[in-house]
Design a protein. Sequence first.
Length: 157
Amino acid sequence: MRWFIALVLLSVISFNACSVDVELIEDDTIGIKEKSVVKKIYLDTIVNGYRVKCDGSKIVMWGKPKKINEENPQTTNIILMNLNAPYKTIEKSVSDGVFDVNYLRSMAFAYVDNNQGLFIDLANGDFIAISSAFDPSNDNNFESCTEHKSWQFKKYR
């Protein structure tokens, strides 16, 4: 019986992960397509990149704010969004550019590749400093999956 329940849960998770497509509609608008319905998400950020978690549950986007902060013009917004309705969004800023985001393999964190390197807690959006023991060049630290083409975008490669 346990095997049956586990198989059903895995099938539901797999189906959910495969049923979401993401599209950058405009520089500041993301389209999330589930089944045949497209939900447009309007942002106050010009999106430079995004990556969806392998299970299809979260997306982290990054880019420059539409309204430039004159005190820190290099500010980059990081937006964490839960792709399960009602699209809970957390937005924070860092004072330098973001190059990429990768989700950690066995933890509920994502690694933000910027000049300092930091983790973002996927539950609450808090930033956490990385320890010197963490090696961001080791691909074994990050989740690995066959991503949909639409699940990753980087304006500057």
